[in-house]
Design a protein around this ligand. Structure first.
Ligand SMILES: Cc1ncc(COP(=O)(O)O)c(C=O)c1O
Length: 382
């Protein structure tokens, strides 16, 4: 069966890349693979019931999330509240409305996931940039700059991407503790987007922001759910976790006011099936992603450098040695390399000269992408 994916939709490709001719689409952050069989079976069984009215969400759904978190990440939900939210973007938008005032500053760490800035600015708040630093050891946070941005009187929130899309960092406990400490001292509320939590490559391990926050007293909430882990963005809800009952109650009453909490029958089925049955499928995915990282590391043509990912199924590629400016690289990728990648400037001006490649795909597609890049580089500047 042909998959009706947005990544390969000709109209979308035409609009974003100006060309659909034999493009290999590796630009959306989701797996393009057969999904976990337990999820497919659960969806088929739910469809077979032939009744699609108002749906309940049994307690077992949330329990499946906490069982998963405690088994995979050693994180139990003691003392935490979890609220259902249709998407990560919804959760962050609602929190921006609730926890900040118009005109306030919200810190983001570019190059970073494209939705953060428009969520902030469309709410009449300003995006305060605390750019990541790239040096010989990879990307790290600029904690001095974070301290100074957090201490500005209007700054009231920070959106953290943990693990980080697109640079692939899996933040360590000391890094997260430093962020928590700075934000606690400056009364900045942290929203930790942890939707890539399950995608970490050994030896790196996901650290829930919750586990470092409590020692500092910082206000926080974290976005979770199975949408990235199992490729369920087209069907599943997400969760908003917090340790603060007031934040949780305010979030729930706003979600209720906006009628955001209707249960989707298929979403409920897929959510629990993923967490209950998807562990070995995910282990396979992580092995595939590691293999694809190795392929890129060993075979990218001279001129293109891999920023070694610690997590996510996204490869952040550095094209700067090829000497193209933003419009040139944006054209060169689809027109010369025949690749639909997310050009780095989509993630902020700090991404200029880079591009993001989705690597949760069969290795044959990564080999194909490497060949296309090798061919394109061989004619570059000729
Ligand atoms: C860091 C991050 N947050 C959020 C999302 C999207 O979540 P949603 O579609 O639930 O808003 C993505 C998708 O790529 C992402 O990478």
């Amino acid at each position: 069966m042909t998959r009706n994916t947005r990544a390969a939709d000709p109209k979308t490709l035409e609009r974003l890349f100006g060309n659909t001719d034999s493009l290999l689409p590796l630009w959306i952050a989701e797996p393009n693979l057969g999904l976990a069989p337990g999820i497919v079976t659960a969806l088929e069984s739910r469809a077979a019931i032939g009744w699609y009215g108002y749906e309940m969400r049994p307690r077992s759904v949330l329990e499946s999330f906490w069982d998963w978190m405690s088994e995979r990440h050693g994180w139990d939900g003691t003392g935490l509240q979890a609220s259902v939210s249709p998407s990560v973007g919804t959760s962050i938008s609602v929190l921006v409305d609730l926890m900040t005032e118009p005109g306030d500053g919200v810190i983001i760490q570019p190059p970073v996931f494209t939705d953060f800035k428009p969520i902030v600015t469309s709410a009449g708040r300003s995006a305060v940039r605390n750019p990541l630093i790239l040096d010989g050891d990879g990307y790290r946070m600029d904690l001095g700059d974070l301290e100074s941005k957090a201490s500005e009187p209007n700054t009231s929130m920070m959106i953290l991407c943990n693990p980080h899309n697109p640079v692939g960092r899996v933040w360590t406990p000391p890094e997260l503790a430093a962020v928590a400490d700075i934000c606690a001292r400056n009364d900045v509320f942290i929203v930790s987007d942890e939707i890539h939590a399950d995608i970490t490559l050994p030896p790196h391990r996901f650290t829930p922001f919750a586990t470092v926050a409590s020692a500092t007293g910082v206000g926080w909430a974290a976005a979770h759910g199975p949408i990235k882990t199992f490729g369920l963005a087209g069907v599943c809800d997400t969760l908003l976790i917090t340790g603060d009952e007031t934040v949780s109650n305010r979030f729930r009453s706003e979600a209720s006011r906006l009628h955001l909490n209707r249960n989707n029958a298929f979403g409920v089925a897929a959510f629990e099936a993923g967490y209950r049955t998807g562990a070995s499928w995910l282990d396979g995915l992580l092995e595939l992603v590691s293999d694809n990282v190795t392929l890129l590391r060993e075979n990218l043509p001279d001129g293109i450098d891999l920023i070694e990912p610690e997590g996510t199924y996204l490869a952040w590629l550095d094209f700067r040695r090829l000497g193209m400016d933003v419009p040139e690289l944006k054209r060169w990728l689809p027109e010369t390399a025949h690749l639909a990648l997310s050009p780095g400037h989509w993630f902020g001006r700090q991404g200029a000269g880079f591009a993001r490649m989705t690597i949760a795909v069969p290795s044959s597609q990564i080999e194909d992408a490497i060949e296309r890049l090798t061919q394109a580089v061989s004619t570059h500047g000729a």
